[in-house]
Design a protein around this ligand. Structure first.
Ligand SMILES: [Zn+2]
Ligand SMILES: [Zn+2]
Length: 172
């Protein structure tokens, strides 16, 4: 998804997050939260989640990009709490254009493409890191662990050891 379009969808999903979080915590759902708590006390092997998803679907690619996944979950009879299950966005340079997708998806076909540091090619469209796809970095934050640092001179993360080749990165 082109960067500008991604930013527009992201604004919508941030708004959805604020509104849905307020709703999930509101009095309107008192009975539902109470029911979640009661049933997980009765069935302690089971947990339960009530989730809100914002997903963008492309009719030509026939793939879905999940932009927001969060909700309330309960287990062991404790009161429900907010949980997050969405993936952070990652920027890529794809054939010269900047694309943004959740980090476990392919920036070209949107299919699931996780662990790109190990699986260098997308199993759906065969685009690969270092050829059609480059990580687009504008900070020195490691795109893999998002804690450590790497620079244009040293493409090895000082925290997790994740390593990129110069052909796999574009700066900007
Ligand atoms: Zn792909
Ligand atoms: Zn790292």
């Amino acid at each position: 998804m082109q960067r500008r379009e991604f930013e527009e969808w992201q604004r919508l999903s941030e708004l959805a997050y604020v509104k849905c979080e307020a709703f999930l915590n509101s009095d309107a759902l008192d009975e539902v939260r109470k029911g979640m708590q009661e049933l997980t006390a009765k069935y302690p092997r089971h947990s339960v989640a009530l989730d809100c998803h914002v997903e963008v679907c492309d009719s030509e690619k026939e793939e879905v990009l999940p932009l927001l996944r969060f909700g309330i979950t309960a287990m062991e009879g404790k009161s429900p709490y907010i949980h997050h299950a969405d993936s952070t966005p990652q920027r890529y340079l794809v054939n010269g254009a900047i694309h943004v997708v959740p980090h476990d998806h392919c920036p070209n076909c949107w299919g699931i493409w996780d662990f790109k540091f190990k699986n260098k090619a997308c199993s759906h469209c065969s685009f690969s890191v270092g050829k059609e796809v480059r990580y687009m970095l504008d900070t020195d934050i490691c795109p893999y662990c998002e804690r450590g640092k790497m620079t244009s001179k040293s493409l090895t993360c000082d925290d997790c050891g994740f390593q990129l080749l110069p052909s796999e990165v574009a700066w900007g």
